[in-house]
Design a protein around this ligand. Structure first.
Ligand SMILES: [Zn+2]
Ligand SMILES: [Zn+2]
Length: 339
């Protein structure tokens, strides 16, 4: 099969590699679409804080496809089923797994991060990591199950109730997903803070009540003037200044959801009295996407969220190296690789 193989940091090529036959409890998936994630870019560059790679590696953890072969002990799936994969395969046996915190599993296997993933024509995965999706769901949209699941876990932790006011900082693909999930959760007003004009215009088109440019405007003053008191602030950038902004603009008793992946060395300057103590805010994070896949598949299938609109590029596997090496792709939205 053809596969995009990472053999060392910043050394990536499309090669012929063998298909791994499924074991007893495994299925072989013919990959139809696989999203490119920030994590893949970190791994491509060999950044610290990303997964400890062993080389060679086929990356890609956001994928959908069709079951091509099944192992002898597989009971849930048949050849031809349309499926998506939850790439974080937990053991189910360790102490965190037993208490239901499966995303803290001590023996986590990451499809596309620690073992071969979906930037390939085929991928062999354990049956229990696989979920069936309706055949009407386009493969590119189904492949968004994983990033939407990450955002769903964040929304679950952000305490949005019907009628609430949310502010989303950063309107890249994740900000766009968060926007739609915040709507689903019941937020009645959503404002967006985003430096790029085109993205602000998109947010307004999608129904944001306000889109603020943090480079030229005093964000807090603009929100106040518009009468927006954020009961939830969702930070989707991961920079020191945007995280501090999230704490600063949060209303009394608000929830601040720090969602953007931040470098491990980031430290924040916080006014403990003004920003935390007196405001009684709840600050929370969101790590991976435990146990939400089925809800996300229902949401994607229902049409209540539109993930097609975040996909800006569909690139063939043969041409896929450029997605990593050509920095002009960094300003695009979600990129999907198709074999
Ligand atoms: Zn991802
Ligand atoms: Zn475990």
């Amino acid at each position: 099969m053809r596969a995009l193989v990472l053999t060392a940091p910043e050394t990536l090529s499309v090669q012929d590699i063998p298909v791994r036959e499924p074991g007893e409890k495994e299925v072989l998936i013919e990959v139809k679409a696989c999203g490119v994630c920030g994590t893949d870019l970190h791994m491509f560059h060999g950044d610290k804080g990303a997964f400890e790679n062993s080389y060679p590696l086929v990356m890609g953890h956001e994928f959908s496809g069709v079951i091509a072969r099944i192992g002898s002990g597989v009971t849930k799936f048949e050849v031809g089923d349309h499926v998506v994969v939850d790439p974080n395969v937990y053991c189910g046996q360790c102490a965190p797994c037993q208490r239901g915190a499966v995303h803290y599993c001590e023996h986590m296997v990451g499809i596309g991060t620690t073992v071969y993933g979906g930037f390939a024509e085929y991928c062999t995965v354990p049956e229990r990591a696989v979920y069936r999706v309706p055949k009407e769901l386009p493969f590119e949209v189904a492949a968004m199950m994983e990033p939407v699941s990450c955002a769903m876990h964040g929304i679950d932790r952000s305490n949005i109730r019907p009628g609430d006011v949310a502010v989303i900082i950063g309107y890249g693909p994740i900000g766009e997903i968060m926007f739609q999930l915040a709507q689903c959760a019941g937020a009645a007003q959503i404002a967006v803070i985003e430096p790029q004009k085109a993205k602000r215009e998109k947010a307004l088109k999608h129904g944001a009540v306000l889109a603020v440019d943090p480079m030229t405007e005093d964000v807090k003053a603009v929100l106040q003037k518009a009468g927006i008191e954020p009961t939830t602030v969702i930070e989707c950038v991961g920079r020191k200044n945007t995280m501090e902004m999230a704490l600063d603009i949060a209303a009394n008793q608000a929830t601040v959801m720090l969602f953007g992946l931040t470098p491990p060395e980031t430290k924040l300057d916080v006014y403990a009295y003004e920003q935390l103590f007196k405001k009684e805010i709840s600050v929370t994070g969101s790590y991976i996407n435990p146990l939400v896949a089925e809800r996300v598949i229902r949401l994607l299938s229902s049409g209540k969220i539109d993930m097609g609109r975040i996909i800006t590029d569909v690139i063939s596997l043969e041409d896929s190296v450029k997605v990593f090496t050509d920095n002009s792709y960094r300003s695009h939205g979600k990129i999907v690789i198709v074999p």
